[in-house]
Design a protein around this ligand. Structure first.
Ligand code: PEP
Ligand code: MN
Length: 337
């Protein structure tokens, strides 16, 4: 049961009283509103409602990610705002195959209007025999490539023990779909000051995604960006099915920014632009797109990687869709001859 109070002091007083009675409580008294989560074998909702200063009593479930008061939350990633009127596009290769190549791609996507550079250094793969990425030693070179290109960097962190190394080098810590419910990892990310990009598990509900976000938020990190990247359906013509209804639903349930990854949903470069345009029309706060200068040579996810030319085309089209729904791209698209 979750109990919302009118002030941190009434929440603290109630927590003391309940603890004296042997009730296990979890207190979030430094936020607004002040929240008391009664974790185990607490009194019933009527008794809780009778406590001094109670505003609301709720059933358990995602709470911090679903607080409804106030305007949409803006998450700042090294100066790039997610959740405002302008939409950042994150672009880059699936993995760091070769540093020179990533540098070339970084400059090209920056020139096309991307706001962040993505690239994996440690990859989770469905089968153990594929390319696992160059490893953590590539983090600093990746950061330097981003700096030279003027782009903050996002990369996927696989486990708790890697969080410090990643937080030192990257601007946005990505949690992959297969790790969305890795609770120790989420809690550990809650104790860093770096923003987190939380991808939805392809077999997970919206409520479970919000619950995962709460694990990061309740551990103390307020900067979470959600990402819809397609779910498993009966349709085999696409890698996953992009769930734009989840995007629309999330917009009614959370103030956290929601970005969409059309690349991993489609699994096919020919479909990516259509899904990207649909996502922006439906209210996405940004996009994550896989781009490679020579997709046939990409060491992972080559079928879905856009060529640099295709990415430039996508940016032009997406900017038009954004304008049609009262938004823009961040940064503004450079003048094209
Ligand atoms: C990725 O972004 O490269 C990736 C592995 O994505 P997902 O976790 O969504 O499959
Ligand atoms: Mn990928």
């Amino acid at each position: 049961m979750l109990v919302v109070f009118d002030s941190p002091s009434s929440a603290t007083r109630a927590a003391e009283r309940l603890r004296d009675d042997g009730v296990v409580v979890h207190l979030f008294a430094d936020g607004q509103p002040a929240v008391l989560a009664v974790v185990a074998h607490g009194p019933g909702s009527e008794a809780l409602r009778a406590l001094d200063g109670v505003v609301e009593v709720r059933e358990p479930g995602p709470f911090l990610s679903t607080l409804s008061a106030g305007a949409p939350l803006v998450v700042d990633v090294a100066g790039v705002a997610f959740g405002g009127a302008a939409l950042p596009v994150i672009a880059g290769p699936c993995s760091v195959d070769d540093e020179g190549r990533v540098e070339h791609i970084a400059h090209a996507v920056r020139d096309a209007g991307a706001a962040l550079l993505r690239a994996g250094v440690t990859k989770v793969r469905t089968h153990p025999y594929g390319w696992n990425g160059p490893g953590k030693d590539a983090l600093r070179p990746l950061r330097d490539i981003g700096r030279t290109a003027g782009l903050p960097v996002v990369s996927e962190v696989l486990g708790e023990s890697d969080v410090d190394a990643f937080a030192e080098s990257v601007d946005l810590l990505q949690v992959g779909a297969r790790n969305m419910q890795n609770i120790p990892l989420l809690r550990r990310l809650g104790r860093t000051r770096r923003p987190v990009l939380l991808k939805r598990g392809f077999g997970c509900t919206v409520d479970e995604l919000l619950g995962a976000a709460d694990h990061v938020l309740s551990a103390g990190n307020p900067s979470v960006i959600l990402c819809e990247r397609g779910i498993r359906s009966f349709e085999h013509g696409v890698r996953f099915s992009l769930d734009l209804s989840a995007l629309a639903l999330l917009k009614t349930r959370t103030r956290l920014p929601v970005v969409v990854d059309p690349s991993h949903a489609a699994g096919d470069a020919r479909l990516v632009a259509a899904l990207a345009k649909g996502a922006v029309a439906a209210g996405a706060d940004g996009l994550l797109v896989e781009v490679h200068d020579d997709p046939a040579r990409a060491r992972s996810d080559r079928e879905q990687a856009l060529t640099l030319d295709a990415f430039r085309g996508l940016m032009t089209d997406v900017a038009r869709v954004a304008a049609a729904v009262g938004r823009t791209l961040h940064p503004p698209l450079p003048e094209r001859p």
